[in-house]
Design a protein around this ligand. Sequence first.
Ligand SMILES: Cc1ncc(COP(=O)(O)O)c(C=O)c1O
Length: 392
Amino acid sequence: MKERSEGEPMSTINPAKKLLMIPGPTNVSDRVMNAMLKPMINHRSPEFTALVESITEKSRYLFQTKGHIITITASGTGGVEAIAFGLVRPGDNVVVPVYGEFGQRLAEAIELAGGNVVKVFAEPGNVPRLEDVKEAIRRTDNLKAVYTVHNETSTGCAIPYIQELAKAAHEKDAFMVVDGVSSIGGYSVPVDAWGVDMCVTASQKCIAAPPGMVIISLNDKVADFLKRTPPTVRYFDLGKHLDFLEHGYTPFTPAVSLYYALEEALTALKEETLEKRVARHVKCAGQLYSAIESMGLEGFAEKGCRSNTVIAVKNPAGVNDERFREIMSDEQNVVITGGFGPLKGRILRVGSMGDVTSAHIQRTVDAMAKTLSKLGHPVDSKRVADVAVRGP
Ligand SMILES: Cc1ncc(COP(=O)(O)O)c(C=O)c1O
């Protein structure tokens, strides 16, 4: 990148706009970016209260809930820590399906809060069997909660049985808590109807806002618990957040510009409607999976649990994934990502979320086909493009 000389406006050193097809941050529309240019305001003022109220109302639409909404300036990990420390107290027993890196991190956050975690594992590329998780729930005495990642961003798998888990948790008088960081907005997750007591998401994925905000939905049962048993943390004390939000404020200085952006992104989401947005995610994912297969590549996740928002692909044999992504980015201007943790070098991951459209999918698969051809695996780009248009 060119060095900026003194006095030169920042915009001239921005790199060429690339199509961002990673699992967050996603492409953010000019409309949402421009919202951040609004003037700074006092965060203890009627203007800020109106901003928070608008976000709260639109977030209720997003989570399909009549419950409480908390927004916090933090990345998704902050939100995960908040939901862990919100309910888990030292010695509590918690069941967690672990089917990838983010499930592992969720379990670790619960352990940091002092919880005893009963993990139910699955091989990468799959989700645990519902029966196995239910069995763990049945067997665990004094179960405090079931926590799960809905969509495992590290493997491209999603759990299709959240509702059944909530039912099993409630039969044991336990809470049901979901990390929906890479699913909310790309999937319909009606938290009230499904019996999800608390759920977290982050701004930079299916909501298509810049990174830096989390939204947490929680019901009265969780709110009562927080009042009776305040968490022993400060910034992520959800009870304190609820108290302040009753008066239209956040307990600590919020990133006001990000609140503006989030409000605009949620307004756009509501204008599109959640139903159409979810249908768009399903369609784009289908087009991507079909096109990938027509290139001779193989999806990583088992068919029954393939994600609608993160498409994981087995690394083509003999292809260096870093080189593949480098050519995609430098020559095709399309940015995708690879695997991490135990899947480093084994998979490619394409984020298909937020404002993603079929045109983005066309451009991505065309870039992948050309990159594969360049790396010695000739692909008929025209045929791949036709398949991508048709979808499954
Ligand atoms: C399912 C899930 N949970 C938590 C996180 C952590 O979010 P962040 O990277 O914003 O801290 C991510 C990030 O990709 C995620 O996909």
